[in-house]
Design a protein around this ligand. Structure first.
Ligand code: NYM
Ligand code: MG
Length: 216
């Protein structure tokens, strides 16, 4: 466990189905935080740069087939392998804005509806990971996503599957979640995120919020 000296950074996660605008909003939020003098970094899961991440990338781009349970564990392992660095960054005062986390991990696998791979099973590998201080859930229906030009070419980017993913996300909501209507303009969404993020960053700086653990 990293020793904390001085105020810790905030652990901010973005979740949502594909095409909700998470990457755009994350990028804008990090730039805004940095411009306001907050030490902040943009992270994303899956982190496709590691050895495990490369296996995940090959699966998502359909260059390889991996057993559904096995690939679920790879997505989780990809978070565990970044845990130490994540804790170190937060302890040293860096705020992390993270594009997807374990909620995506559970929602996408559970949406497959496979026997044995229900939501309860899916949460087990991620239990005990650092819990985010806040989860911004960018909420967009499949119809709204389609109206935006639809999905890309990667595995999972199909309307029927995304509907099931949204159902799974609903069941994973907890008190850390803030629901954001992602059908608003980019600027309006960003404004709300900035206000809410500022409050979370301030709370962490005051030391008023110990970092929790996920699903324990
Ligand atoms: N995804 C993401 C999972 O299936 N499990 C996970 O644990 C995570 C973090 O990967 N369709 C899925 C959701 C996305 C895909 O994510 C790639 P992105 O943000 O499009 O690179
Ligand atoms: Mg995507």
């Amino acid at each position: 466990q990293a020793v904390q000296q001085g105020p810790r950074g905030a652990f901010i996660v973005f979740e949502g189905a594909d095409r909700a605008g998470k990457s755009t909003q994350c990028q804008m939020l990090v730039e805004h935080l940095q411009a306001s003098g907050v030490n902040a970094e943009l992270w994303r899961f899956p982190d496709r740069t590691t050895a495990i991440g490369k296996m995940i990338n090959s699966y998502l781009t359909s260059q390889s087939e991996i057993d559904d349970a096995a690939v679920h564990l790879l997505f989780s392992a990809n978070r565990w392998e970044k845990r130490e660095e994540l804790l170190r960054k937060l302890a040293s005062g860096t705020t992390l804005v993270v594009d997807r986390y374990a909620y995506s991990g559970v929602a996408f696998t559970a949406a497959k509806g496979l026997p044995g791979l229900d939501r309860a099973w899916c949460t087990v590998p991620d239990a005990g990971l650092p819990a985010p201080d806040v989860v911004f859930f960018l909420s967009l229906t499949v119809e709204q996503a389609a109206a935006r030009g639809g999905y890309g070419e990667e595995r999972y980017e199909k309307a029927d599957f995304q509907r099931k993913v949204l159902d799974q996300f609903q069941a994973l909501r907890d008190s850390s979640w803030r629901m954001i209507d992602a059908s608003q303009s980019i600027e309006d969404i960003q404004q709300q995120l900035r206000e809410q993020a500022a409050a979370v960053v301030a709370r962490c700086q005051r030391g008023a919020a110990p970092l929790g653990r996920l699903w324990e």
